[in-house]
Design a protein around this ligand. Sequence first.
Ligand SMILES: [Zn+2]
Length: 211
Amino acid sequence: MGIQGSGKGTQAKLLAEDFQLEHISVGDIFRWNVQHHTKLGAQVKRIMADGHLVDDDLVEAVVEARLAEHDWNYGFIIDGFPRNARQAEFFLESYDIDGVINLHLPDGDVMRRVLARRLCSQCGLDYNLIGQRPRRPDTCDVCGGALVARDDDNPEALAVRLAQYHEETKPLIEIFERKEFVATFDATRSVEEVQAAIRERFSLPAWTGQT
Ligand SMILES: [Zn+2]
């Protein structure tokens, strides 16, 4: 768990690759549907353009359908779910959970990181004006396409998402804390440091790869 910009997708990928876990990203599933103009995609696009989060029923349906594929022999790591108390209860009832990784990032850092994100309008490659700058301003290194911000990466929409995130996440962290599942990490630290801390906390073999 972690707000946008906390690096949860990156951390999840590193864990998934090394431990043969299936990485399930609710955001990626939605983005795929938006890009491929599915009915679900159109629904999601409308909601996100207003700066809102997709509603519980839709998120739950997507997660249930994804987990029902049962391609996760060694387990899964899920990011972008659950987002509120109701989804957390559903999740606890339905699956065996080993732990909750909570990446903490102060709001000011979230703003700075998220507003620096860019995306190639042609090939979809991600850039970040803080970390991964393109060689030529506003131009994709790979295909020469124009770099744009995502529709929902503007200060107004982000402020709505931040408020909503805090309001919904607090009670659900409390639910997981009661089960002593939650390990919180300081997401202002580097990708390598956060990954190392996660592995230490969950007694996993140290990470030897590169980002
Ligand atoms: Zn491109």
